[in-house]
Ligand binder design. Structure first.
Ligand code: ATP
Length: 254
C-alpha cells in the first residue's frame, strides 16, 4: 500500500482559562478554584491512509475532528506524535481562511493559490477555470469583504479544489452555500475521488459522508473508537447523537 498520510500517536491539549478578568481570577483564587485546566482534544490518534482513500472523520460535537484536520493541514502543530503526508495537502478547513478581505477576488486567487502551493504560472493557467467554477461574475475585481457568504465560500472552494492537491481536506464547507453550488462541489469531490486522490472530510451531514467516503474514523473525546467502513461509523454517529439528545432532554449533559 502506498501511504498518503500517516498519523502516529497524535496528541493535542488546550489550555482552558476559567477566568479572563482580574475580578474573576480573584474570586476563583479566593474560592481556591482552578484558574485554568489542561484539556485533551486529541489523545494518541493513529491511522494510516492509502493513496486514494476517502475518509470521513466523525464524532459528536467537540470530539476533536476539526483539531485533527488542522493538525493534518499543518496549521496547528501536535503536542506529541507525528504526521507524515505524501505530496501536496490543501483544502478548506476554516471557511474563508486564507482569503484576505481587503484584496479583490482576482488578487485572492493568486495569494491563496500561493498559500496552497501553486506558483504564479500554475495559478495563471488555472485562473479561468477557478473563476468559472466560483461563478462570482462581476465581483472578481471587488474586495472580497463585499462578497456574500456564498460567494466567499465559492471562491475559497474553487481555489482549493483547483490546486490539485494529493490530499484534500474539507471541513464542513458544504454546509454553507446554495444548493446548486453544493451539487457542483459534490460532483467535483466525486470526480476527485474517482481520480484516485486522497480525501479527508468532516461534515455533519451523514448521508453526504456515506456518499463521498468509504471509510470512517470515529472520534470520541479525542480518541479513535472506530476506524473502518463508513456505514458502521455513520450508524454509530446517528446512535450517539440520539443518546446525546436523550441525555439532554433528561436534564443530564452527555
Ligand atoms: N484553540 C482552542 N483552545 C481551546 N480549546 C479548543 C481550541 N480548539 C478546540 N478546542 C476544544 O477542543 C475540543 C475539540 O474541538 P474540535 O473543534 O476539534 O471538535 P469537533 O469534533 O470538530 O467539534 P464540532 O463538531 O463541534 O465542530 C472542543 O472541546 C473545543 O472546545
Amino acid at each position: 500500500m502506498t501511504q498518503a498520510l500517516v498519523l502516529d500517536r497524535v496528541s493535542k491539549e488546550f489550555t482552558l482559562r476559567h477566568a479572563r478578568s482580574i475580578k474573576n481570577m480573584t474570586v476563583r483564587a479566593l474560592r481556591r478554584e482552578r484558574l485554568r485546566d489542561r484539556f485533551t482534544a486529541l489523545n494518541e490518534v493513529s491511522a494510516e491512509l492509502a493513496v486514494g482513500d476517502s475518509v470521513a472523520l466523525l464524532g459528536t460535537n467537540g470530539s476533536g475532528k476539526s483539531t485533527l484536520l488542522k493538525i493534518i493541514s499543518g496549521v496547528l502543530p501536535p503536542d506529541r506524535g507525528r504526521v507524515l503526508v505524501r505530496g501536496r495537502v490543501a483544502g478548506l478547513i476554516e471557511v474563508g481562511a486564507g482569503l484576505h478581505p481587503e484584496l479583490t477576488g482576482r488578487e485572492n486567487v493568486f495569494l491563496n493559490g500561493a498559500i496552497l502551493g501553486m506558483d504564479r504560472a500554475e495559478t495563471l493557467a488555472k485562473f479561468d477555470a477557478i473563476v468559472e467554477f466560483a461563478d462570482i461574475g462581476d465581483f472578481l475585481d471587488q474586495p472580497v469583504r463585499f462578497y456574500s457568504s456564498g460567494m466567499f465560500m465559492r471562491l475559497a472552494f474553487s481555489i482549493a479544489v483547483h490546486t490539485d492537491p494529493d490530499v484534500f481536506l474539507i471541513d464542513e464547507v458544504l454546509a454553507v452555500g446554495d444548493p446548486l453550488f453544493r451539487e457542483k462541489c459534490i460532483a467535483r469531490l466525486t470526480e476527485f475521488r474517482a481520480s484516485g486522490r486522497t480525501m479527508v472530510m468532516v461534515a455533519h451531514d451523514v448521508s453526504l459522508l456515506r456518499d463521498l467516503c468509504s471509510r470512517g474514523i470515529f472520534l470520541e473525546r479525542g480518541q479513535v473508537v472506530w476506524d473502518g467502513d463508513i456505514d458502521t461509523a455513520a450508524d454509530l454517529l446517528v446512535r450517539k447523537r440520539k443518546e446525546r439528545r436523550a441525555a439532554i432532554a433528561a436534564g443530564r449533559t452527555a
